[in-house]
Write a protein that binds this ligand. Structure first.
Ligand code: PGA
Length: 247
């Protein structure tokens, strides 16, 4: 089954209105590569303004609350993000699993809350260096997938992002063999959990220090369907070559 490449920038806690020019420039690069689905998951404060500037690129958010509304100071619901202009949302990023103590059950609930509002979801998984060094990376990530995968997971609204924690923002990436092994393992586990058809259609992105130099080699791997990109997504100069590498 052919899966359209998906390349998503995760701006994390970066970006003020001055950076809307970068959103516009990235949208222009995306228009040059129609084979690739391109998006930017931005700070919520920028979503509405960015949605007007992004052109063919979609605008997403970096998290949503699992509840539809209520007494949750500082949190944002999927409906709020959608109304602001988001069409996608990341759930389960390792920085939130660590900093906000989000469990895999929370992550599955967030994915369902986003789906209920019609948002596309990118669900993140990944092991620590300690787990990798102990030789436990594959079973750890597959277990995290089993615990985080929402009910009714399907390729038309959900993608998976494998992001080894030790590769995020470090400039260090796994070997191509390690990435291939993990992505193949994830696809096999998806088949077990959600059926062969869902597994064949679902995009599995790689994230962690993707940049202009390494993107082409990573994206050429059979079970890699694009990337979730942090630092190298902040400007068109850096993100453009990553988008092109997926094309
Ligand atoms: P990085 O971040 O590309 O800066 O390593 C990736 C991510 O955390 O999504």
């Amino acid at each position: 089954m052919s899966r359209r490449m998906l390349v998503v920038g995760n701006w994390k806690m970066n970006g003020l209105r001055a950076q809307l020019a970068d959103v516009e420039a990235i949208g222009a690069v995306a228009a040059e590569h129609p084979a690739v689905e391109v998006g930017l998951c931005l700070p919520a404060t920028l979503i509405t303004a960015a949605a007007d500037k992004a052109g063919v690129a979609f605008i997403g958010a970096q998290d949503c609350h699992q509840k539809a509304n209520g007494a949750h100071t500082g949190c944002l619901s999927a409906a709020m993000l959608k109304e602001a202009g988001a069409t996608q949302v990341i759930v389960g990023h390792s920085e939130r699993r660590t900093d906000q103590h989000e469990s895999s059950a929370d992550v599955a609930a967030k994915a369902l809350a986003a789906k209920a509002e019609g948002l596309q979801v990118i669900l993140c998984l990944g092991e620590s260096l300690e787990t990798r060094d102990a030789g436990e990376a594959l079973p750890f990530v597959l277990n995290q997938l089993a615990e985080s995968l929402p009910q009714g997971a399907a390729a038309d609204w959900l993608s998976i992002a494998y992001e080894p924690i030790w590769a995020i923002g470090t400039g260090r990436i796994p070997t191509m063999e390690q990435i291939a092994e993990m992505h193949g393992g994830i696809r096999g586990k998806l088949a077990e959990l959600a059926g062969a058809e869902v597994a064949a259609g679902m995009r599995v992105l790689y994230g962690g220090s993707v940049n202009a130099e390494n993107a082409a080699e990573i994206f050429a791997l059979e079970d890699v369907d694009g990337g979730l990109v942090g630092g190298a997504s902040l400007t068109a100069a850096k993100f453009g070559p990553v988008i092109a590498a997926a094309s």
